[in-house]
Every structure is written in C-alpha cells, then in structure tokens.
Design a binder for this molecule. Sequence first.
Ligand code: ADP
Length: 602
Amino acid sequence: MTQAAIVAQDLTALGFVALGVAIAYRWYRDRGRAQAMLAGALISLAVVAALGRIPNPPPVLSGADLALFMVSGFFVLLFRHEFVPIGRTTLALAYALLVVAIGVGILDVFVFSNASPLVASVLGIVIVVPWAIFVGEPIVRFWIESIRLPAVQKARMRFLSVGFGLLIVVLLVAVIAGSAMRSPTAIIATQLIALAAVPVIYVSFAPPAILRRIWRLSEENEIRAALQDLLIFSPSRQVMAERAAYWAVRMMGGKSGFVSDADGKVLATSGIDAADAAALIADASNPTVIKAPLHLAEGAGQLAITAGPFTPLFGTEEIAQLRGYANSVTASLERARVTERMAALEDSKTQFLNLASHELRGPVTVMRGYVSMLESGLFGHLNDQGRKAAGVMAAKVSEMNELIEEMIEAARLEEGAVTMHAVEADLRDIARAAAEVVAPLLGPDHRLVMDLPDRRVRVKVDPDRTRTIIVNLLSNAIKYSPQGGTVTCHVRSRAGMARVAVTDEGLGISRESMGQLFTRFGRIVTPETEHLKGTGLGLFLARQLAGLQGGDITVASVEGEGSRFTLQLPAAPAAASADGAQDGAATPPSVPVPREKSPAAD
Ligand code: ADP
C-alpha cells in the first residue's frame, strides 16, 4: 500500500475521532435522549475508526471492532426511533438482526480469518447489509420527514442523511468490490469519500452560524412577507391570530399550534381543535408544548406550538425565533384591538348621526313653523320684548336646522347615498353666492375680499354642494378670526384645476392639530376657540363633497398668523386651456400669505 493510501486512512480515522469528540461535547452540554443516540452512533464509529488503525490487531480487538461497528449503525436506528417511533415487532427484529450480524462478525474474525476471497466477500456483505439497513432506513425517513420542516431543521436532517449515505456507499462498494478495492487508488478514493462524510455529519448537529443564515434565506423572505402581512394588512384580530398560529407551526416545524387571549380563551388554532388547545393552556408541565408569552395590555396570552416528531431536535434557534415572533404577534393583536375599537366608535358615531338627525328634523321643522308664525303676528300682536324673543328663537332654530342638515348630509355620505347633480357652471358665480350667504357673519373688523378673475372659471359641479363647501370655508375663516382682519376668497383656474383659496388672518391651526382636521366631529378645542360654536362636521363634509366631485381640499396654516384652505376642482374640459391664460394673476397685496405648511390632512 502506498504512503498516500496510509495517510488517507489515517486522516479518515482522525476525522471520525474528531467527530466523536465533537458529538461527545454536544451531548455533555445537552443530555437529551435523541442527542445521546446520535452521540452513541458517532462515538462508536470514532472508536471503530481508531481501532482500525492498530496494525495487526489481535482477533479479540477485531471482533470488538466489528461488534462496535454494528452497534454504531444500530444507534442511528435508535436515534430515528426517538422521533418517529418504530413498532415493537420491527424493533425486536432489528435487535435480532443486530445479534446475528455481530455473531457473523465474530465468526468471520475467529473462524474464517483465512477464508477464500469469495467467502470473505459473502461474510462482509452479511455484516455490512444489516448495518446499511440500520442506517439506510433512518436516512431515507429523515429525508422524507424533512420536507415539511423549517429551513434550518430541514437542511440539518438532510446533511445527516447525506453524511451517513456516503458511509453506506463507501462500505457497500468496498465489500462488494472486495479485493478489487485493495489498490491504493481505490483505497484513497474511498477514504476521501468517507472523510467527506465527516464535515457533512458535523454540520448536521453543529452547523456554523453562516450556514444557518444561508439556509434560512429562502424562508426568511417568506416569513418577512407573512410578518408584514400580519402587521399591516390583517383585517381583524381573529384572522391575525389564525395567521400567527399557522406561521408559528411552520416556523417551528411543529405539529399544531394555537393563540390564546389575555382572558385565557383560545383565539385561533392551526392543526388542533379548540377544545384540545384549551386543555393545553393550563397544562404548564407538558414537555411537548412550546409556549411563548404574548404580553397583551389586558394580560398574558400564549402562542403555543405542540411538538411534531422533530420539533425538539435542533430546535433552540427556532424557539428563540418563536419568542421574537410572539412579540410581533403581540404588537399586531394590540393594533387590531385598537382598530376594532375605533371601528366600533365610528359605527356608533354613524348611528348617532343617523338617529339624531332624523329624530330632530321633525320637531325642528315644527318649531320653525311656529316661530315664523309668531314672528309674523299670526298668534296676535307681539310687544317689543316678545318680538325680540321671537327673533332670537328664529335665529337659534335656524342654527339648529343647519346643524341637523349637516348631520343628515354626513349620514348620507356615510351611507354613500349622496347623489351629485353636476352641471357646467362658473365658479366665480358660486363663490359670489357663497359670499352673500356669509355676509351677515362678518363683524365690524372683518373685511371680505373677493379676488375673482375677469374670465369665466368653468367647472362641471353640483353648484349647491360646491356653494356649501365655499360657505363652510368662508364662515370658518370669519369664525376663527375673532379679532377681525381680511378674509380673501381667491378664485383661479390653472392646469386643468379650478381653485378657490380662502385665506384669513385669524387664529391659525397648530401643527399637532392638523391631523384632526377633516375628520368627523374633528373640532380643535383651544382656549381661543372653546367659546366658538361648531360641530366639527363642516370641514369633513366639505372635503367629502369635494372628493365626490373629483376634487379635494388642502390646508396651509401658521398658528397665530392665519390659514388658507384651498378647494380644488377639475376644470370643465373645454375651459381648461382658455382659462389657463389667466394663471398667475397677482394676489392683492392685502392678502396675507401664511408660510406653507405640509398639508397635513391631505
Ligand atoms: P366646526 O364646526 O368646529 O367649525 P369644522 O369641521 O368646520 O368644524 O372645523 C374643524 C376645526 O378646524 C374647527 O374646530 C377649528 O378649530 C378648525 N378650523 C377650521 N377652519 C379654521 C380656520 N379658518 N382657522 C382656524 N381654525 C380652523
């Protein structure tokens, strides 16, 4: 035998001894039964390899070597038995086969040591085939089972399969080929293949971080997508919990899983029925259940996984991952709760709007009728005080009426029951009509400037509703300028868009309050505005009505300096270019232009 072949044999033996030491150390740190079986297989293989390097061993040593070799294979079978139990009869047969193979091995060493090559080959096959069965069945099984395991576990199972697979190939080839394999080249080749099995098997029980990361890459994108889905798009707590349970089972390679709520109720399950899951919640000592707490605001829930055949194997990373995942699940469950509460609140607002507006409309109409009859003297002549009182009542009833109309409109919008009657109109006319409506609201210190272009600003809109929008903006500009000042209504058309900008020099709106604008009942109450009457519906309606006509409202405001609300509407097609000529018309110098703020409510 050449020196190279000897070195190859030494190297292989050394590789297996190192593998034995490595698994012994792992086993020392993690004393699980499965780990013990794998350690048994690899340590006995290491001893076999070491004994094999002793030159001219006495028959007792050779016999022990062969027996240990058989045992190493049998340990692989026991390792598999830990995860996917083998039936009793099969196990008994396997034990019998082990005894037979060891018996034949001992015969081979003591009786047939000088047998002909043919007999030696036959004996070799009788020894190696049981070993190949002990090892071959588990590796095929591991490969099949690994299909539905998470990426890291899958790869580790497969490396284990490939590692032992290489050993089977080497042994079968060596025994079947018999003396043909005694050439140095053949020895070097088989030794190198056996040596290659060492890192492959090592990686299966102690994979370096970099490999784990690579294995996980394919899965990580999927998990990230699922997480995103969980955090952003999940429609309800229920659906979210169901997805969380499903993904947790996948992530861990478990059999089933469930999510329980703070009150201990099962929220969602995957692969297990709710009653069984409920029984597991209280069971703290069940070793086949892995639980990650969900720290919900109302108490602790659980994200639990029941172990599949391979869950405890190689599982520490997945367990850490499960805990991290549980934190995301907690966050999304909490978010879903807030969303659900808000939806319920919105619902009750809608119900309130509907109920209040429709119930109030009748009585207010009756009151309006009577008040106007009172005012017109139908019930007899009123003295001065009576007339004054009737005047105040008429004003208040009309305020109430407006409020109810706003509420009804908001409720209609909510139900999608608003129909627009679009006609071609001149936006300047609509703005003028709006100005007339708000004129009585102007105080002595207010000045309303209508900055209108000379040419028509053609739009196709519902004129009444558009007037309502502009009235809203103008009346707000006046109302929220309690100290007076100039309110400007600037109408222009540019690049296919007609605009009405209402600017005031009033209170302005703070940056923090911007988000509240345009929401239902979104009043901004400050010491300066708390005495001013309002519902918080005006801007909401205005923006909705603008939206229904293909437009929008934006806002720019500086607290203490003033605001500008801009209504944009699509210009009527034919008018777009003609009116575009008027773009850039100068704003009158009297108009304050507040510094633009991000249109927060856009
Ligand atoms: P309200 O009935 O309260 O006026 P709106 O929906 O019209 O309801 O307005 C919502 C809130 O926006 C108001 O409460 C007010 O604080 C603020 N707001 C609206 N317009 C102006 C403005 N021109 N200047 C300052 N604040 C305004």
